[in-house]
Design a protein around this ligand. Structure first.
Ligand code: ADP
Length: 546
């Protein structure tokens, strides 16, 4: 009989992340962009002291262990302080998506039972619109200026004033690593938002995972631009990874237009940046209007939705920026893997791009499998396509107050994503189960059609949805946004696809739209397109059947 001699009960907590960042990397900086004037700068020691101050006053406001503290904020220094103060005091950080429709916002604050909500002054009107529906909130804390009368009769405090009287020596309690640290609701692209609760342990391990060289490989010399919002899936773990690695943080605040982000990158020389594909496409457009300098970026990551090949190609060719694609979801903390090309392949080469077009390569810690409709496991041969299931220390095993048994399969999370895995753990998401087009007993990948069409002449953007068809059950409808001032001929686009996909996969239904509707986190909102089609709002041009 032998037992481990390690300190296996040493808790992996957000407090340990904070202590490391403030002690070892106390001079690393959080830079908040102000959109013109000098940015605001605070080093990690200051963030640590402010986090203690904030925790001490939240405790005075009655926040105790396990209580939820909502944040309704842009990416900023104060949001970062809350990212540490709330979990480290034993409470639960509930990041609120500032772009949710009012009904859903009220629902998730009530469902999460938030006790206190931190709100950016600039966002007061949005929160004010639902304030009267909130059943559990006892106090608001306003960051910055703004008319707080919209919040009604609930107690309102000002962040700066609270911090000024806060206790910078506040003692962090000892915490169980399995205690909840934060929660986030899914953005509801395919259904109602569901709450995912991250533990201290899952947060710590996920942050470590994101720092490996197979992910961002972030280190002290990096400056990480957090374009992904802190209100959605922990900003992909970047705020925590920064304190573990010493990388500085670039926070855009409300200045989230592609043009403002480019200004920030140019001025502060960001080295790492992560965003959804629509933001990257927007940054490319800025580069079409003026000369831009992205030479400081050593690696960019894209995730949240499939990125068109033309976008990756253009970044490499025009700006020398290598975008690496990653995959994840709210339920997976979110990072499940990044598609770095294998050893010996130059990432910037055409072959490197082929690899980067995969959705990811499994990150150590996450296990993945694909299953068919009967639940049988399919081989990792890069060909067999089925539903992707995952498990691991930063994958959720349940939803907050919502059992949803259909989402789990003997300890594996059913992702709702359809795809294949190759023998070396590279996986490709070919579609979401709800978006895949079922035509004549075969599946058509809407993502593949979108990707190819994004590279066609005169096309700005394109989303493909399935529409009912008497003969084939479903057929693809391509919803195309022409580039400004340019004309689109669907017949030409159909010929463009010929030879690139099987002939029966080429859409015969086409419609021109002004823009593809987007979800609150910037993904294509196909629900809206389907509803518009059903309501007869889309003018469909039908070519002959392929
Ligand atoms: P929601 O499910 O509401 O959109 P999430 O942000 O959690 O909220 O989205 C996770 C989903 O995003 C995944 O299940 C997958 O469908 C999609 N996704 C994430 N990364 C990629 C990627 N690289 N390629 C294709 N789809 C992706």
């Amino acid at each position: 009989m032998i037992t481990s001699t390690m300190q296996d009960d040493f808790p992996l907590t957000v407090t340990a992340i904070l202590e490391h960042g403030t002690r070892v990397f106390g001079d690393s900086q959080c830079v908040t962009w102000t959109g013109g004037a000098e940015p605001r700068r605070a080093n990690y020691s200051t963030i640590g002291r402010n986090a203690r101050r904030l925790a001490s006053v939240l405790a005075e406001l009655g926040v105790g262990p396990g209580d939820r503290v909502g944040t309704f904020c842009w990416n900023s220094q104060e949001h970062l302080e809350a990212y540490y103060a709330v979990p480290c005091m034993g409470a639960v950080l509930h990041t609120l998506n500032i772009r949710l429709p009012a009904g859903q916002l009220a629902h998730i604050i009530n469902h999460g039972e938030d006790k206190v909500v931190l709100v950016d002054g600039t966002l007061l009107p949005l929160l004010g619109a639902v304030a009267s529906q909130l059943r559990t909130v006892e106090a608001f804390v306003v960051v910055g200026a703004g008319d707080a009368s919209v919040l009604g009769n609930v107690a309102v405090h000002r962040y700066d004033e609270l911090l000024a009287r806060g206790n910078k020596f506040f003692d962090w309690p000892d915490l169980d690593e399995r205690a909840p640290a934060a929660m986030c609701y899914t953005s509801g692209t395919t259904g109602d938002p569901k709450g995912v609760v991250y533990s201290h342990r899952s947060t710590f391990l996920h942050a470590l995972g994101t720092l490996s060289n197979n992910c961002t490989g972030a280190r002290e010399s990096d400056r990480m631009l957090t374009i992904v919002p802190m209100f959605h899936v922990n900003a992909w773990g970047i705020p925590y990874g920064a304190f573990l690695s010493g990388a500085s943080l670039h926070m855009p605040g409300p200045h989230m237009t592609p043009a403002a982000l480019v200004d920030f990158i140019e001025a502060e020389r960001s080295t790492l940046a992560s965003a959804v594909p629509t933001i990257w496409a927007g940054i490319l457009q800025v580069g079409e209007q003026r000369e831009i300098d992205l030479s400081s970026i050593r690696m960019a990551t894209s995730g949240g939705a499939a990125i068109p090949r033309v976008v990756m190609e253009a970044f490499q060719r025009r700006h020398g920026v290598t975008i690496v694609q990653g995959w994840g979801m709210t339920e997976t903390s979110p990072v499940g893997g990044l598609a770095h090309p294998p050893a010996g392949v130059d990432p910037a080469s055409e072959e490197g791009l082929d690899w980067r077009m995969k959705s990811g390569r499994l990150l150590a810690g996450v296990q993945m499998r694909i299953v068919d409709d009967s639940g049988a496991e399919l081989p990792w041969d890069g060909v067999a396509v089925g539903e992707i299931e995952v498990r691991g220390p930063w994958i959720t095993s349940a939803y907050h107050r919502d059992p949803a048994p259909e989402k789990f399969d003997h300890g594996w999370l059913r992702t709702g994503d359809i795809g294949c895995i190759d023998p070396h753990g590279y996986f490709l998401i070919t579609d979401r189960a709800k978006d895949v087009i079922k035509s004549g007993g075969e599946w058509i990948s809407s993502v593949e059609l979108e990707n190819l069409l994004a590279g066609a002449p005169h096309v700005q953007e394109v989303a493909v949805i399935g529409i009912p068809d008497e003969k084939w059950t479903e057929r693809p409808l391509a919803c195309v946004v022409p580039r400004p001032g340019e004309a689109i001929d669907p017949a030409e686009l159909a010929s463009f696809l010929a030879g690139k996909v099987a002939s029966w996969q080429v859409p015969e239904n086409w419609t021109l739209v002004d823009e593809v509707p987007k979800t609150t986190v910037g993904k294509f909102d196909k629900k809206v397109l389907r509803a518009r089609y059903q309501a007869g709002d889309l003018e469909v041009l039908r070519l002959g059947e392929p």
